[in-house]
Ligand binder design. Structure first.
Ligand SMILES: C[S@@+](CC[C@H](N)C(=O)[O-])C[C@H]1O[C@@H](n2cnc3c(N)ncnc32)[C@H](O)[C@@H]1O
Length: 267
């Protein structure tokens, strides 16, 4: 994640240098000094500005996009590790019992299609969205018959009453607290009356930037929950809690959370 922040910094330094050079150099000769300026700016950004300092300077940074920048780097590794993971299928199958066969379902933050594949095999009309370009490329190759779009779950671009079900597994954990109620309101808006939401989140501290467990040296933004905190967000969005269970997380290694929270809510 260090690199993602360095990149932001690099762009702003480069922008400033290139801007001032515009006054001094005839347009036709701009290319060479601009490249030098880029190299100079890159060196300054790479060597002198540590990650933590960057974070405090970018307090208004979009934390979810910061997390997604991390997924762009680990998408392949994540796919190898989790695509075949079956540890949450008990809850997944429970969620399916609420949906009539053939229902239209949205897999939010679908990643490589860990759960989308099971919606497909169970005969649901499933679509997936994710904000990571790499994840979308991977999932389109894995599940060519399903439909996927690059989309931010905080701004769903679907009409009202589009889906019978929304499933968000390990993806709401990358949305900062200040955006959670509006995100859930967005889920509610695109759900049909009596539509259902299934959430897999993790238990733990809220709104933290921590070491990325899958990529040493990188950072990741996580927002973990308690059952009560999640319930408050659901209330705030006008969704009704139907079922909630806390369980031991099968693969807790390095994530900073050893418990998972399964939640089902209705419109
Ligand atoms: C831990 S992965 C979960 C993937 C899949 N649901 C699974 O359970 O294996 C989190 C996913 O959420 C996506 N994500 C994070 N923030 C997002 C946002 N604002 N909108 C859409 N997707 C997002 C990431 O790109 C990543 O693919």
């Amino acid at each position: 994640m260090k690199n993602a922040i360095a990149k932001i910094k690099k762009i702003s330094i480069v922008g400033r240098l290139a801007g001032s050079l515009n006054y001094l150099v005839p347009k036709s000769k701009l290319k060479i000094p601009t490249e030098n300026a880029i190299k100079m700016a890159q060196n300054i950004a790479a060597q002198e500005i540590p990650n933590e300092q960057m974070l405090s300077r970018h307090k208004k940074m979009d934390k979810s996009k910061f997390a997604v920048a991390g997924y762009e780097k680990i998408a392949q590794k994540y796919t190898q590790l989790y695509y075949d993971d079956k540890s949450d299928l008990g809850f997944f199958n429970q969620f399916l019992t609420y949906l009539p066969k053939g229902s239209r379902v949205l897999d939010v933050g679908c990643g490589p299609g860990t759960f989308t594949q099971h919606f497909v095999s169970a005969g649901f009309a499933v679509e997936g969205i994710d904000l990571s370009k790499k994840m979308i490329t991977i999932v389109r190759k894995k599940l060519p018959k399903a439909r996927f779009q690059l989309m931010d779950m905080r701004q769903l671009k679907f009409p009202e009453n589009s889906f019978d079900g929304i499933f968000a597994a390990y993806s709401l954990i990358h949305i900062p607290s200040e955006d959670i109620v509006d995100t859930l309101k967005g889920f509610k808006r695109v759900l049909k009356p009596d539509g259902i939401v299934g959430l897999i989140t993790q238990k733990g501290a809220s709104d933290k930037i921590v070491d990325e467990p899958m990529q040493p040296g990188e950072k990741m933004f996580f927002n973990f929950f308690t059952k009560e905190r999640l319930q408050k967000f659901l209330d705030g969005a006008g969704l009704k809690l139907e079922y909630q269970e806390e369980a031991v997380l099968a693969d807790a290694e390095g994530s900073g959370s050893d418990r998972v929270i399964y939640t089902i809510a209705t419109k």
